[in-house]
Design a protein around this ligand. Structure first.
Ligand code: NDP
Length: 478
């Protein structure tokens, strides 16, 4: 089997070691072998990005736009193949994998357009005769560190705006999912990026990630991942005054009111809490349900969960694929035990499943009789496990929804305009969903949260410019 190498300074380079990428639906299936960079190679990538920066930052914006557009076209043209690779290495179902690949392609297309829309402002000065211009400039070398749960979309929504706004990139994907990252890198290289503008450095966070976070020539770090890693990165990056953007965990509420359409509520809960095996930062892991619909909702959701097919991510008809690996499965199973020990009722699921191939299959779990003080309602589990918290009315439901250290996404299912409007205004989250699952967002609008979920400016859409540029104010006298 050929080893897929890192891309550093315009060359595909072997690493200091090799990692074997395995399929979580079938651990006997080896997806590929991937180079692991060491600290010295990571520093070489940073030096290459630094050297490439001046020409890229000031070069032809038409060329920049064309390259991103070509990359987007190729991702879209190869969405089935890329989606298959993604599902094979991460475990989300094939339709979800293809959908994610499409999203990555659309992101590159969007930012190909953004290159040409880099608007500034011209204002009158308070001093007669003086002109004031406000413009945006790239920041320099950016280090991009991504998690395993969206192996192509999250890299795309960091790489595309970074390049579009004139920065050069050192990209470190999660060690569990090098395949999608490598395929994306190959597409970017083919699209015509000059040497050094984009560097792929696969390897451990404790090695490659550490270098990026601490390197004085990396002007900005954009990270998506767990709260613990995010906080550790923040302490180091802020210490050296690097620009920082963190997207971390969630414990997202979905409120279901008495007046909700039951089918809409069950669909939103199923999709939001369990699809993509619940491994989404936007997953609705807290289902806050008012008393009048509680029993009907629990019965309908339990029946729905029993009907879902948990199986190989690539098999036709699979609703829920495996958990990503053994350690995540262990964490999910441990939380199921925590929930039982805390006194919640396990209404359905929560046990490991055996399938034709040896994989990390878990029956989607629903806890009822949960209070918002329990650990299963407070800590991010990051698996197909959700809990129902009963509320007496809308006011209590809203208070429970906001009673969390996180603030990524917050949802409500209701037919009441009054309650929907109030919730949109008072939910303490970066994103609010009305009659929709908390997971599943558009690619052209801001993504991000509040409180412990996020730090720094928003990702995606036009708002990505906040992070990937720095503002200059120029005064001109005649
Ligand atoms: P981790 O925080 O473990 O890892 C995220 C990335 O950081 C990986 O690339 C990892 O490398 C790297 N990393 C680890 N240690 C360091 C370090 N010391 N310095 C620099 N980089 C480091 O998260 P997971 O990949 O396990 O992803 C799951 C988590 O991500 C969940 O908790 C989830 O909530 C969160 N998440 C949040 C999202 C959001 O937008 N809010 C979106 C998606 C996920 P390595 O390859 O070694 O693992």
């Amino acid at each position: 089997m050929n080893v897929c190498n890192n891309y550093i300074a315009g060359e595909w380079l072997a690493g200091a070691a090799v990692t074997v990428n395995r399929n979580p639906s079938n651990v006997a299936d080896v997806v590929g072998e991937y180079a692991q960079a060491d600290a010295a190679q990571t520093r070489t990538a940073v030096a290459a990005a630094k050297a490439a920066f001046p020409a890229w930052a000031t070069g032809s914006i038409q060329e920049r736009s064309n390259i991103l557009d070509r990359a987007g076209s190729e991702v879209l043209a190869r969405k089935d193949e890329l989606g298959r690779l993604l599902s094979r290495e991460e475990g989300k179902t094939l339709p979800e994998g293809i959908g994610e690949a499409m999203r990555a392609g659309q992101i590159f297309k969007f930012f190909a357009g953004e290159v040409l829309r880099a608007a500034g402002e011209k204002l009158p000065s308070v001093r007669p005769g003086v002109d004031v211009e406000v413009t945006r400039e790239p920041i320099g070398v950016v280090g991009l560190i991504t998690p395993w749960n969206f192996p192509i979309a999250i890299p795309a929504w960091k790489i595309a705006p970074a390049l579009a706004h004139g920065n050069t990139v050192v990209f470190k994907p999660a060690d569990l999912v090098p395949g999608s990252a490598w395929a994306l890198a190959e597409i970017l290289v083919k699209a015509g990026l000059p040497a050094g503008v984009f560097n792929l450095v696969m390897g451990r966070g404790s090695v490659v990630g550490e270098v990026l976070v601490n390197h004085p020539d990396v002007a900005a770090i954009s990270f998506t991942g767990s709260v613990g890693t995010g906080r550790a990165i923040a302490a180091k990056a802020i210490g050296r005054m690097a620009k920082l953007q963190l997207e971390m965990g969630g414990k997202n509420p979905l409120v279901v009111l008495d007046d909700a359409d039951l089918a809409v509520a069950v669909n939103a809960a199923t999709q939001g809490a369990y699809y993509s095996t619940g491994q989404r930062c936007t997953a609705s892991s807290r289902l806050i349900v008012t008393a009048g619909i509680h029993d009907r909702f629990v019965a309908a959701l339990t029946a729905k969960l029993k009907s879902l097919k948990v199986d190989d991510a690539l098999a036709a008809g699979t609703d829920i694929g495996p958990v990503v690996d053994q350690s995540q499965l262990d964490q999910d199973l441990a939380y199921v035990e925590v929930g039982k020990a805390e006194g919640a009722t396990l209404a359905v699921g929560g046990e490991r499943l055996q399938r034709a191939n040896d994989g990390f299959y878990l029956a989607p779990a629903l806890f009822t009789g949960t209070t918002n003080a329990m650990r299963i309602a407070r800590e991010e589990i990051f698996g197909p496990v959700a809990c129902v918290i009963e509320a007496k009315d809308y006011d209590e439901a809203l208070a429970l929804a906001n009673d969390t250290e996180f603030g990524l996404c917050s949802g409500i299912v209701t037919t009441s305009l009054k309650h929907a409007s109030h919730y949109k205004r008072h939910a303490q989250a970066g994103m609010v969903m009305v009659n929709l699952p908390t997971a599943g967002v558009d690619y052209h609008v801001p993504f991000g949260g509040r409180k412990g979920s996020s730090y720094g400016s928003r990702e995606q859409g036009r708002y990505a410019a906040e992070f990937f540029t720095t503002v200059k104010t120029t005064y001109t006298a005649p």
